[in-house]
Design a protein around this ligand. Sequence first.
Ligand SMILES: [Zn+2]
Length: 373
Amino acid sequence: MEGNALAQRRDVTVFYDERVLAHYPDSNMEFLPGRLDKRVRAILSGLNVQWKYPEHPGRMTAIMDLLAREPIPGVRIEPGKAATLDQLSRVHTTSFLDDIFSLRNKSAWLDVDTTAVSPGSVEAAEVAAGTAIAAVEAVIEGRTGSAFAVVRPPGHHAEPVRARGFCLFNNVAVAASHARDEMGCKRVLIVDWDAHHGNGTQDIFWADPDTVFFDIHRASPFYPGSGSLMDVGAGRGEGTTINVPMPAGAGDEAYLKAMREILVPAADYFKPDLVLVSAGFDAHWFDLALNVTYEGFAAMTGIVQQIADKHCNGQLVMVLEGGYNTESLSHGVHAALQVLAGGVPPEPKVCGIEAVEAAIEFHKGAFDPDNPD
Ligand SMILES: [Zn+2]
């Protein structure tokens, strides 16, 4: 990130709990037998490479190691906690939760898309959702300016009755529901800038007039294939779901335009009293689907921070979603944290323009016949 100009120091708490590292499905282990195991094994055996669970613990350690190596003044770290059954029940059905809890200490596939659990996964998922709650509580109780829950498994693909897309419980939805039911919040804005559409979050709040869901993502047929422009919610929630599908390769300029010209007016209209971000970093160009840069993530953070400042006394909580290249994931989180801590968000330029401007300066006059050089 360019420079480290500070507008005004703000305190930020990163919530991180090492129990989330215990979720690591290993296909060499024996999984619960059955049709799903046969189907997934058939898919994996057709691959030319040794399959490894893509959503792995190294994602967390990359983020926390970079933060230890390059600490940001104003950012402190606190442990998380496990979500309770009641807290999870606000967004997931009892039968789904019973099913997931029955998999404690086991290895099993949850979906043909290879989402799976290992012996430590159920507790990791409870801690991921509970840590998002801890972050919301700290912000609403005024113990920190903003917060970032560095958690896994991610959550935004998890539906009320289904785990998928490497997500078990919908962490951001559990946190939003907790804010509404226990913390006195009336209107929650969820901004999902992960590269993939947050189908689970959309589903959970589809008919909810008091939770606004804004999702910018790579368009179908990219996974999970949902999130069309026409999907705006239903019933009393009609108009509170906002999707902005993007073509492959879209970058900073398009993302910032969407946020400034769609998200900001929507926030002005709904006036949220809490802003949550499903912060995935897989829109970075290292993850090969879109073209967002670190400056882009920093500028997007600046926009959601302004929304929170304007409407809800700065109450802003980021909850980690995807991001699979550990280099861009860790640096993306770091860039966002710098802005949360009061760094001035940069204004990203279109990639290459700065280099061309320097080259123009360098070659200036070189091809001018009247130039004595
Ligand atoms: Zn994603």
